[in-house]
Design a protein around this ligand. Structure first.
Ligand SMILES: [Zn+2]
Length: 590
């Protein structure tokens, strides 16, 4: 379903955010804002605020924020068009579907068709498990593995018949388009080109939900030693493996409550933990974790605990995943289970308390890597040198200098090597990696970045609260002087909205592509420390400062390069050019 942009504006201009949120949160007025207990994280004192004049909400506790549409989506766990429809209905706005290009229409139809088909087939598999004669062995299998009926119900587990055409027949009977059916991967074309057959046969079926509770795909597991043990749907327009984590739709609220998330590998690991009350868990389903996964999870939890088996495969998987997490800068712990256990078997044998106890002793990434290195190389003189070689690239990846020196110290103590020698090795590594990171060791650019970020954020905040300034910003092309690419991108979207529209902020928000950007807009919009009458003056001061700082920094370098060229100081010139390139690179990354 596609909703025309002007209808979205209608909804945003008509719906009242206080009215809508009051249906689910008790709000009390305080000053210009309303406050209540946040529905997105657990808290005892209200930090969830709603601003009626800006028509936005923002939680100072968990940074959730947005307009009435994003609230409706988030609260009910529904998609954007669904939320728009819901609000349109409440405010009696009729949505007639606008003519869209045939290409886009086909694409939307295909996606909707796939989701509908998956939902139908989920029902068929679910019924196959509950009621079919063949399903008996699957019911017994799940019982043997200790999976409760409640879990089967919650996660809609199913069974695919031991047949080549059970699904093919359903699809024919229901007159489902062949194109959609083949795209879904539920059926495959026979090599001889005469018809189709079922992909999943004689397997326990796990529907894979996306965050909005829609069935994106399926996983199937055999009940004996047949191969392949697991089989998943192929990638489709509604199922991108690098962006879906099994169980997140159910776990997200618990991740928010607990502030951290366990990441396990398999379906049964997930289900077993969930059933035993450890609900802040997701499963990676054996695919390598990506930075998309990590970024998604960051929206729900600030700490992530990777749970692995203690066998060689588990240790290697842990080592592979670590770099992604470190690059994303999240607090990551590694929980390696005692030998011979996976999360499922451990849970069944020892229960929730034992697991929690074990989890409380999960290692930091550095402690984990060090232990693995010691186990591999031993603590002989040669062993210790190897360990140091192995550890230095990891250490040089740590951006926080205080944390880094802590680990350097720990490593020096464990290996009984002089701390200075370890530091020297890490520094070597920096220089080897690239000159950019070497520049970062010097804390100065970070300071400059902080100051420029603050100014740019302040200006964004004023653009939202005082749209009268937008003309000036366009005229002087202020955004071109921004260091932060992220803020520049947001700024460009803000100036693309007509400053005279009612519900300006919430219309800006509608332009943002991600929830994260929407929440950012909400936080900047709430941040209006300057009084109305001082707005204009303050904005001008900030604009001038942004332009001046950038121009000056670039001029200083250019002047130096020119004078070096004149004096023919080749070495100095090389150095300066390198410096300029470094700064350029740094800016590109900010
Ligand atoms: Zn919150």
């Amino acid at each position: 379903m596609y909703i025309p942009e002007e209808k979205i504006s209608d909804i945003l201009n008509t719906a009242d955010i206080v009215d809508v949120i009051s249906e689910s949160v008790i709000l009390k007025k305080s000053g210009r804002n309303f406050f209540g207990l946040c529905p997105f994280h657990s808290e005892k004192t209200p930090s969830f605020s709603v601003n009626p004049s800006k028509q936005i909400f923002y939680c100072f506790g968990c940074s959730a924020g947005g307009n009435v549409l994003s609230y409706t989506m988030k609260y009910h766990g529904i998609t954007f068009p669904e939320a728009a429809k819901m609000l349109a209905h409440k405010y009696q706005i009729t949505i007639e579907t606008k003519a869209i290009s045939p290409g886009k229409r086909n694409q939307l139809n295909l996606k909707e068709g796939l989701l509908r088909l998956n939902k139908t087939i989920m029902g068929v598999y679910f019924d196959g498990l509950k009621n079919s004669k063949q399903g008996e062995k699957a019911r017994q299998y799940l019982q043997r593995r200790g999976i409760s009926d409640e879990i089967i119900q919650t996660f809609k587990l199913g069974f695919s018949q031991d047949s080549w055409d059970a699904i093919v027949t359903v699809l024919k009977r229901q007159k489902i388009s062949r194109k959609v059916a083949v795209q879904s991967g539920l059926i495959l074309e026979r090599k001889s080109n005469n018809g189709y057959y079922d992909r999943f046969r004689n397997r326990i079926m796990f529907p894979i939900f996306d965050v909005n509770m829609q069935v994106a795909g399926f996983g199937g597991r055999v009940m004996d030693d047949a191969m392949p043990k697991y089989m998943n749907s192929p990638e489709t327009p509604v199922y991108t493996k690098s962006r879906i984590l099994y169980g997140l739709h159910a776990a997200k609220q618990f991740c928010r409550q607990e502030g951290f998330v366990y990441i396990v590998e398999g379906y049964f690991d997930f289900l077993s933990l969930y059933q035993h009350g450890i609900k802040n868990t997701v499963a990676s389903l054996g695919t390598a974790l990506t930075s998309d996964h990590v970024r998604m999870l960051k929206g729900y939890a600030s700490r992530m605990v990777l749970v692995f088996d203690s066998d060689a495969a588990g240790i290697n998987a842990a080592k592979r995943s670590i770099e992604i997490f470190m690059k994303e800068g999240v607090d990551t712990r590694i929980l390696v289970l005692p030998e011979g256990n996976d999360p499922d078997s451990y849970m069944v044998k020892h229960g929730q308390d034992a697991f929690n106890d074990l989890a409380s002793r999960a290692r930091t990434v550095m402690q984990f890597l060090l232990q693995v290195a010691i186990d591999t190389h031993g603590l002989s003189v040669e062993g210790r040198i190897r360990i140091l070689e192995e550890m230095k690239p990891h250490l040089s990846l740590i951006r926080d200098s205080a944390l880094r020196s802590l680990y350097v110290k720990e490593l020096a103590e464990t290996l009984n090597i002089d701390e200075k020698a370890v530091l020297e090795k890490v520094r070597e590594q920096y220089l080897k990696q690239d000159t950019r990171t070497a520049g970062l060791m010097n804390e100065k650019p970070d300071q400059a970045k902080l100051a420029s970020d603050r100014r740019e954020e302040q200006l964004i905040s004023m653009m939202l609260n005082y749209p009268e300034i937008l003309d000036e910003i366009k005229r002087r092309d202020v955004l071109a002087y921004f260091y932060s690419e992220k803020l520049k991108r947001i700024g460009k979207k803000i100036i693309s909205v007509d400053p005279d529209t009612t519900a300006f902020i919430t219309n800006v928000m509608a332009k943002m592509d991600t929830n994260e950007d929407q929440a950012l807009i909400a936080s900047y919009a709430m941040n209006d420390i300057v009084s109305e009458q001082d707005m204009h003056q303050t904005a001008l001061v900030i604009i001038n400062r942004i332009i001046r700082v950038r121009t000056k920094q670039e001029n200083t370098l250019t002047t130096k390069i020119i004078s070096a060229e004149k004096g023919c100081d080749a070495e100095l010139m090389e150095l300066l050019k390198q410096k300029q390139a470094e700064i350029q690179q740094l800016q590109n990354r900010l």
